[in-house]
Design a protein around this ligand. Structure first.
Ligand SMILES: [Zn+2]
Length: 277
């Protein structure tokens, strides 16, 4: 097979190039070396493997979970066996203290942190921040961070409710001691992020997504770029009864893909705080 390929390549070269005898021998050698290199490359990569240049940096994937919804209680058990870590953005005054069964409990959130997940702030009550006075924004953003600190966390990452913010909001987030502010749109992010107080995310995951559509978003990014996947409900339908959910089956399939690509060196998985802090 190698000989045939070499002959064919050399034949085409000779036909079009009108080379001297010496040049044609050089071309033939070159073609043989090229075929040999291809054979080595395909042997290393294995059948069906995506050829990735050795110099291409991996894409960076972040798994974010917003609002501390009760259905995220399954996430800890799904991330651990895959050695993955996520970032959980908590609405501090929604955490279940007996009156809100739709929220994770502080015990569940503490366990996530113990297991290596990042706990970030998402205000006290999830308001439309730019509609509030500066003082009210301070109460929501700094107050939410204080609530988390009172539970023993040291949050560095903040996510804007509804992805809504303006220059005042960004300034308050910074003054409250956060190291970054995460939006809820914008697409693929660069490294480093252009504005650490306006970190871009992919479109929030909804019922319209499939594992294939989520995976395609990673490959659409350039090597070295950062993809923030934002999840809300896992499974359901839940009390929120909105479109921001993914079935447990699809979520598990996606996590298996993330683990596989991570193990193959094509992506790395980082928390928001590991990327901007
Ligand atoms: Zn939210």
């Amino acid at each position: 097979m190698k000989t045939n390929a070499s002959t064919t390549v050399a034949g085409e070269t000779l036909k079009g190039g009108r080379m001297t005898g010496r040049e044609s021998i050089v071309a033939l050698r070159g073609a043989r070396i090229g075929v040999a290199l291809l054979a080595v490359a395909s042997a290393l990569l294995g059948p069906g493997a995506v050829p990735v240049g050795a110099a291409a940096p991996p894409r960076i994937v972040t798994l974010s979970f917003d609002d501390g919804r009760a259905s995220q209680g399954v996430v800890d058990g799904l991330l651990r066996p895959r050695h993955l870590r996520g970032t959980f953005f908590i609405i501090s005054r929604s955490v279940n203290t007996g009156d809100d069964p739709d929220s994770l409990s502080w015990d569940q959130i503490r366990r996530l942190a113990r297991d290596g997940d990042e706990i970030g702030g998402h205000t006290r009550t999830h308001p439309h921040l730019p509609t509030l006075s500066r003082a009210a924004q301070v109460d929501e953003i700094c107050g939410g961070r204080r609530d988390l600190m009172a539970q023993g966390f040291r949050p560095v990452s903040f996510a804007y409710p509804y992805g809504e913010y303006d220059a005042t909001t960004e300034g308050v987030v910074r003054q409250c001691g956060y190291g970054n502010g995460r939006a809820a749109q914008g697409g693929v992010e660069d490294v480093p992020a252009a504005d650490r107080f306006a970190v871009r995310t992919l479109e929030n995951v909804t019922m319209a997504d499939t594992p294939a559509s989520l995976e395609a978003q990673t490959w659409a990014a350039k090597p070295g770029q950062w993809l923030n996947y934002v999840f809300h409900d896992i499974g359901g339908p839940t009390a929120f009864n909105d479109e921001y959910r993914i079935t447990a089956k699809d979520f598990t399939t996606f996590l298996d893909w993330v683990r596989h690509q991570r193990d193959a060196g094509r992506i790395v998985v980082r928390t928001v705080g590991q990327m901007v802090h």
